[in-house]
Design a protein around this ligand. Structure first.
Ligand code: AMP
Ligand code: GLY
Length: 425
């Protein structure tokens, strides 16, 4: 079967790498892809937002399945457009994708489905938001309701910082339309984990757990990013906790989506805070996480294409996924300045040497090819991912490879997976 994968990030390189291993695959196309995905299939110069061109390409090239990586085309209804012309597509409908694209909708659905999350209120007028924030004397979390590339959340220990954040979002419009509504919610304390599951409308197949590192700096300091590194599994998520998350969060949300008339199909990603009172939802995403996908897929032994097809065809009960018991750690190498402004076009060296390290794969994210070189082309540039006999070993392998890669301004956190190592030892 020919498969068309949409997207160009580190997640898509990991997806392409795994899809390319399927013996059901005839040809893999990636639109638009990156130099990493070009090693797994053929990159096609069509943007993830160019719906009509993607439809035409899929029809002309006998594409049997389209796998949509990022949230924007999902929220814009790409899956609906493909299905309308009879092309199978992996991912939720545009309406179901509102679970990520509209945090106010997600909050409402959690409430009506009795799913535990932080107490919060939705505002569409700055005056009301500031009055509410000012009336509180504890920490608040301010979130743009729409899509903001993982950067739309401000955790403010002081309510006056909360007011500034609300003003930036609603008055300065730093996230454009995505900030027309905001959520003001209580700050939750605990440790985070990402729980990703295949959902076929009815059945839920939960993958191995993982944990992201959202803050730019070591020790979780500085502003939030798209994610600076991840590991899988998250030792914090015991089997008992995973059962509880499935029963109390995933099942009611999938039921709630059905009741709402927006049945859910694709990847359901629950960002969880494990608090002293139990697991609470921070957010839902409607796609694979980036960078969680890199360590998760490195541990997946089974056929990803088959799992995607089973999801689309409503037969998830037929599949069982096998996992490498060894943990994996992904360290993101970013351009200096990210998540703020940064330069592009810096030559990257050492990729080959890093990739030759045993049990290491260097997934490309913001890279480009230029005159035979690979250069930086985004904030998150690479996701250096390694397996190991335990998490400490996987961390060491990942950083050994990281240290072989050089580019001007290269930045990475040095403490990825330390939380898990503490639990492990
Ligand atoms: P979200 O995109 O909603 O997951 O938020 C991004 C990050 O902000 C999360 O991964 C958490 O680190 C943090 N965050 C979001 N909501 C809360 C909350 N209610 N309490 C504490 N931290 C939060
Ligand atoms: N790693 C967080 C996300 O994919 O949204």
């Amino acid at each position: 079967m020919n498969v068309l994968l949409i997207g160009s990030g580190g997640r898509e390189h990991a997806l392409a790498w795994k899809l390319a291993q399927s013996n059901q695959l005839k040809k893999l196309y990636i639109a638009p892809g990156n130099p990493g995905t070009a090693q797994c299939g053929e990159n096609i110069p069509i943007g993830a937002g160019d719906t009509q061109e993607l439809l035409d390409f899929a029809r002309q090239n006998q594409v049997g399945l389209v796998v949509v990586g990022p949230e924007d085309p999902l929220a814009a209804g790409l899956v609906d457009a493909l299905e309308a012309v009879g092309i199978k597509a992996f991912g939720p409908s545009g309406q179901a994708a509102q679970l990520e694209a509209d945090k106010a909708f997600a909050k409402q659905l959690m409430r009506s489905s009795a799913v535990s999350t932080a107490e919060g209120q939705v505002f569409d007028r700055i005056k009301d938001a500031t009055a509410y924030i000012a009336s509180r004397d504890e920490a608040v979390v301010i979130k743009a309701a729409g899509l903001a590339k993982g950067k739309g959340v401000f955790v403010c220990d002081d309510p006056s910082d909360g007011i500034l954040a609300a003003e930036k979002i609603m008055c300065d419009k730093i996230f454009g339309e995505a900030g027309e509504k905001i959520i003001v919610e209580d700050k939750l304390l605990g440790e985070e984990a990402s729980i990703l599951a295949f959902v076929d409308g009815r059945n839920i197949y939960v993958m191995e757990s993982s944990q992201d590192h959202k803050a730019v700096g070591d020790g979780d300091t500085g502003p939030n990013t798209g994610g600076m590194g991840a590991y899988s599994p998250a030792p914090l998520i015991t089997e008992k906790l995973m059962d509880q998350i499935t029963r109390e969060i995933l099942v009611p949300i999938v039921d709630g989506m059905n009741r709402n008339g927006t049945p859910y199909k694709g990847i359901l990603y629950a960002g969880i805070m494990v608090t002293a009172a139990g697991p609470r939802v921070l957010e839902f995403n409607v796609r694979f996480g980036d960078p969680e996908t890199q360590p998760i897929l490195m541990r997946l032994k089974s056929d990803l294409l088959e799992a995607c097809l089973a999801t689309c065809e409503g037969r998830l009960e037929d599949i069982t996924l096998q996992w490498d018991s060894r943990p994996a750690v992904c360290v993101v190498m970013a351009s200096g300045g990210y998540p703020g402004d940064y330069e592009k076009g810096r030559k990257i060296t050492g990729l080959k040497e890093a990739n030759e390290t045993e049990d290491v794969i260097v997934f490309h994210a913001g890279t480009a090819s230029r005159d035979g070189d690979i250069v930086t082309n985004g904030g998150r540039v690479l996701g250096v991912t390694a397996l190991g006999n335990n998490i400490a070993d996987a961390k060491e392998n990942a950083y050994r490879a990281v240290d072989k890669i050089k580019f001007d301004g290269a930045y990475c956190r040095r403490d990825i997976a330390d939380k898990a190592i503490k639990v492990e030892s």
